[in-house]
Design a protein around this ligand. Structure first.
Ligand code: PMP
Length: 347
């Protein structure tokens, strides 16, 4: 890996971060807070939240087998994605490489930050070769974005190729594991110490059932995390979110039960889809959704909307012609989808 200083935008490297009122004292049990221009009434919402989310990090660290210093929390993992661009990519100069198709926000964040986005098409099995991504890089490539299990294809990426990339690329490799809790493939988290250029993203939005609270996680070396902390908004994770996440962390059996149920429903739904006359092909998945190639995806999508059932039409996405992306719902929701699709006539 190149020295982190070389990968970081010079202005960010040189930046002296905003120091919030609560950053400036430590080590004493204070009880009178007249430092942050807060209203003394309406506790607890009158106070700014912990800018570095210490209590939450202390709970997540053992769960994920990492050190507190390896953790960044953001307003969804979307915040961490954006921070990769803001921290490392010089607008109008640098570029990033990504697999294609994949999660759309990498490209949107690249464009917002005026950073060139270089998509490299996956093969017909929705896999990549490290060498083909490496052939797209140049001296201004700061990061490569991978997503495993990938969205919208659902499959996990080949571990050997991911590792090959981590070994051979001297910039950052972002592995987005938003759907890892639904997968049999192991997380890359235990390899954090081995790869100083690895950034792993996870989220509370999927298996944890907390999309509304907006809590995403980035795991990386303490040096990379320190750069994220330097440029994030001071109070980027609000108090209600921190509290709700702490409450959820006390209910791991509930999350496991949801995941088990969703995996059972996934197997059932995919089996039923394979029998539907309007379905051409069901793709294997490691996520809480799967891709189904239909006869006339757009017609079927519009029909389902009229029936009040919303799936994702991915027909215009690379390698996804006539594909619908189906999120696994409750048994009743999945049954409603199947019932509607059984009525579709195919010539
Ligand atoms: N990564 C992937 C692959 C996703 O599919 C999504 C959301 N659909 C996200 C990240 C964003 O998640 P969050 O809610 O944590 O911002």
């Amino acid at each position: 890996m190149k020295p982190l200083k070389e990968l970081t935008r010079p202005n960010v490297w040189a930046l002296k971060p905003y120091s919030s009122a609560r950053d400036e004292y430590s080590g004493v049990e204070a009880s009178v807070f007249l430092d942050a221009n807060e209203n003394p009434y309406n506790a607890p919402n009158n106070r700014y939240p912990d800018p570095l989310q210490g209590e939450l990090k202390a709970l997540i660290a053992p769960l994920k087998g990492v050190d507190v210093k390896n953790i960044f929390f953001g307003n969804g993992s979307d915040e961490a994605i954006d921070l990769v661009f803001r921290a490392f990519c010089r607008p109008g100069i640098d570029n990033v490489v990504a697999i294609d198709p994949t999660y759309g926000m990498y490209k949107v964040c690249a464009e917002v930050n005026d950073v060139e986005y270089r998509p490299i098409l996956l093969d017909v099995y929705y896999q990549f070769k490290a060498s083909s991504l490496l052939s797209a890089i140049d001296e201004n490539t700061k990061a490569i974005f991978l997503c495993s299990p990938n969205n919208p294809t659902g499959n996990s990426l080949c571990r050997k190729e991911v590792e090959s990339l981590l070994n051979r690329f001297d910039g950052l490799v972002v592995v987005d594991e938003a759907y890892i809790d639904f997968s049999d493939s192991p997380s890359m988290l235990k390899d954090l110490d081995k790869y100083p250029n690895l950034i792993v993203l996870q989220t509370f939005s999927k298996a944890w059932g907390c999309a509304a609270i907006r809590l995403g996680m980035a795991f990386a070396s303490p040096e990379i995390i320190a750069i994220f902390n330097k440029i994030k908004y001071p109070y980027n994770v609000n108090l209600l979110t921190q509290k709700e996440a702490i409450r959820m962390l006390q209910r791991p059996e509930q999350v496991k039960e949801w995941v088990d149920t969703l995996l059972e429903e996934r197997a059932r739904l995919m089996k039923e889809f394979a029998q539907l006359p309007c379905c051409k092909r069901v793709f294997p998945t490691d996520a809480n959704f799967f891709l189904a190639q239909m006869y006339e995806a757009t017609q079927i999508y519009n029909y389902l909307v009229r029936e009040g059932i919303i799936v994702r039409n991915r027909t215009n996405v690379a390698l996804c012609k006539d594909c619908l992306r189906i999120t696994i719902g409750t048994k009743e929701e999945n049954d409603a989808l199947l019932e509607a699709l059984r009525k579709v006539e195919v010539e």
